[in-house]
Design a binder for this molecule. Structure first.
Ligand code: NDP
Length: 494
């Protein structure tokens, strides 16, 4: 296992990419640049080119040319499978470098990037590579003398716009199924975390994936992101990020070419803890993980805990005791419990919610302070507020930081009503030893994923996505492929 010193040495070696990757090479595109800073120290990592509308256009044209040539879109599935498996192995070989790039860019613990994010992404590329030669098209039961074929065809150019919280994974969740289906992709990473995506695009070419299949255009949302959303030659736009920006993409599609839009937006996921939970101490550990892992920057973070009154006081103490394991520190130090918050602006935003909760009369149980270290003040203590008013901002809005809102309840009916009283519907978890209650709640809670006796479960084999303000369309599993293919009916009369 690597030590702090090993990771510091690794970090001193990395080259931080700063130019768009289009048609198989880094190119000069975009008239302006933006700063990529390490939030853990404030140090400037790179001045990155903002691809802008011009860069997006070059990238989309490259993707289209490659798609139309058929070198990938009409290549045999064995060819795509073999190249994608090679690509996955190259990402695996470069896991340490990619983990460091993500950690430097957006402040996450490097060991989490290396031990969790990277293996998940590698596995995901392998999963879709292996899936594509095992899915058959269909023959419909049409009348004699006719043959009705139902074929799955790639759609063309896929635009992907992703956030900063899991840079490598968010890329893999979009790119792996889109690429496996035969499409060409233009990906815009978040402005805070462009580095790993640019490096991965380079690895794709090294793996023998044809130039133009994966293009990466760094840039700002209002310039490069918007240009991709509005581009008339993008067929599909897959987005992960805030609900507000997700709604822009629907507008962009309406104003341009009716491109298909898939949205994986935010959440305010509830964790319902009943007095009959099998083991409160284990549940408290799960609660802590559900809100403090990745500095709370998880779209399905379980940021609301609803606790039955009989065990409420005991449970809150157990959760508060877990805070010590999540003390923030140097993201490159495996001993740190949490890393840095992505930017000063996001840290300000989190602290506004902390201030608002105090002002609204919630009880601060632990944390609540912004910390300074290594020349940066992008660190926030793991925080718990109790007796949070369900109508308050902390109970209703996505903080995207390590701040937990606890609200007690008395009856199951009340718990379900509180859980569903939200603009979101991404995930929910339930702790109970009552089997009937588990099934009842799995049925009644309106969320894309309900986990019983665990928190925020997800896997490569199961769909992930939400209802209501959390968006639509599913990432992961074979179902994700549906977003990147169209059904074509072919009639042969004979
Ligand atoms: P955004 O929704 O603002 O950003 C997601 C992506 O969209 C980024 O690549 C971003 O670019 C781009 N984008 C931003 N504005 C536009 C625009 N007008 N047109 C086109 N593209 C745009 O999320 P943030 O990263 O800024 O975080 C803000 C909030 O969103 C968080 O606090 C959290 O509440 C939520 N969020 C949810 C995530 C999830 O996984 N569900 C992930 C990240 C955030 P750029 O980086 O340049 O802004």
């Amino acid at each position: 296992m690597r030590t702090h010193e090993d990771w510091l040495a690794e970090a001193s070696k990395v080259v931080v990419p700063a130019r768009p990757f289009i048609a198989g090479r880094f190119v000069d595109a975009g008239a302006t640049t933006f700063e990529n800073r390490n939030p853990a120290t404030g140090a400037l990592l790179a001045e990155v080119a903002d691809a802008g509308a011009e860069g997006v256009d070059v990238a989309v044209r490259s993707a289209r040319t490659t798609f139309d040539s058929g070198v990938w879109s009409r290549a045999g599935v064995s060819f795509r499978r073999e190249r994608m498996l090679r690509f996955a192995s190259l990402i695996e070989q470069h896991a340490a470098e990619l983990a460091v790039l993500d950690s430097l860019d957006m402040g996450k613990r490097v060991v989490d990037a290396h031990d969790l994010d990277l293996p998940f992404s590698v596995n995901l590329f392998r999963y879709y590579a292996e899936a594509i030669d095992k899915i058959n098209d269909e023959v419909a039961p049409t009348p004699p003398g006719t043959l009705g074929l139902i074929r799955r065809v790639p759609l063309g150019v896929v635009g992907a716009v992703v956030p900063w919280n899991y840079p490598v994974d968010m890329l893999a969740w979009k790119v792996a199924p889109a690429m496996a289906a035969g499409n060409s992709v233009v990906l815009k990473p978040a402005e805070q975390s462009p580095s790993s995506a640019l490096r991965i695009a380079e690895l794709a070419v090294e793996a023998g994936i044809p130039e133009g299949v994966l293009n990466v255009v760094p840039g700002l949302g209002e310039t490069t992101g918007q240009a991709l959303g509005l581009h008339p030659d993008v067929d599909v736009l897959a987005f992960t990020g805030s609900t507000e920006v997700g709604a822009y993409f629907l507008q962009y599609a309406g104003r341009s070419n009716l491109k298909q839009v898939w949205l994986e937006c935010g959440g305010k996921s509830p964790h319902l803890v009943f007095a009959d939970a099998e083991d409160l101490a284990t549940t408290a550990k799960q609660t802590a993980f559900g809100i403090w892992f990745n500095q709370g920057a998880v779209c399905s973070a379980h940021s609301r805990v609803l606790v039955q009154r009989e065990v409420h006081e005991e449970f809150v103490s157990l959760v508060a005791a877990e805070a010590a394991s999540y003390a923030p520190g140097d993201p490159l130090d495996p001993a740190s419990g949490m890393g840095a918050i992505v930017s000063p602006e996001q840290t300000d935003r989190i602290m506004q919610y902390v201030g608002g909760a105090r002002a609204a009369g919630a009880r601060l149980v632990t944390g609540g302070e912004r910390l300074r270290r290594d020349g940066s003040d992008c660190y926030v203590q793991p925080t718990v507020f109790d007796h949070v008013d369900p109508a308050s901002a902390l109970a209703r809005e996505e903080v995207f930081g390590p701040v937990l809102a606890v609200t007690p309840f008395d009856t199951e009916e009340e718990a379900v009503a509180l859980a569903n009283d939200t603009a979101y519907g991404l995930a929910a978890s339930v702790a109970t030893s009552n089997l009937s209650r588990a099934h009842r709640l799995a049925e009644r809670i309106h969320a894309g994923t309900v986990t019983v006796n665990g928190v925020d479960a997800f896997s490569v084999w199961t769909p992930f996505g939400g209802f209501k303000g959390s968006g639509f369309g599913r990432d992961l599993s074979l179902h994700a492929l549906d977003k990147y293919v169209g059904l074509k009916t072919v009639w042969i009369n004979h």
